[in-house]
Design a binder for this molecule. Sequence first.
Ligand code: BTN
Length: 253
Amino acid sequence: MKTLFVGQNSIHVESVGSTNSYATEMMRQIELSEGSVIYSFSQLNGRGQRGNFWESEPNKNMALSIVLYPRFLSVDKQFLLTKMTSLAVSDLMAEILQDYNKSANVSIKWPNDIYVNDKKIAGILIENTLKETSIQSAVIGIGINVNQKEFNSTKGAVSLITLVELEFDLQNVLERLCEFFEARYLQLKSNKLERIDKAYLDRLYRIGTWADYRDEQGVFQGRITGVSTKGKLQLELKSGELKSFSLKEIGFI
Ligand code: BTN
């Protein structure tokens, strides 16, 4: 692996409930070095955002958790981890599609779903342990749809194999992801925040275009203008009013 630390200690689990849970449990027992990766191609009980189940057919997809100790980050800046992880995963998706001359559009659907055109190809679940005002440790969970052809999900999922019509070597996808991840994490560590913020907004799904959303009051039209430091989605309404929403407060239609 062409990395300094991400994936240098990698632990392959043949079959697992959830790599995030497995990593968290391991961290209770032993000190895992920064950048340690726990991965499995057969994750049977993957956890998604908001308590959802992450669907993954055994031996078809990649599930991994990366252990970090971002103690340089204060709690109120934790959304930067979401940004850099989304960028790393979308960097890899964009590179793979480019390798095969596929002109599909890779984007980040706020806060951290990776989309190709209008379908989800990868999901991210970050679990932080906080200590006072800083982040003690983080488990960065990433699931990528690689060689799975059909999905039960009604929400619209897509995989690399359906886009490129070729089966991928999962180990190779893992190694490339570790490289992109390390590059983005080093960017964050060296405080290249403007670069991260700009790249995230450049990739943000639906930015600047009018579309329908739902909040507790009903359906409305809005236009994404940005994301706050704390990770709230900022929208302009037709009335000209600017509003920001947390994850539970808004749905995309
Ligand atoms: C989502 O989009 O809802 C997030 C999905 C996150 C899935 C990954 S797969 C590896 C890691 N282990 C888990 O149990 N979940 C994350």
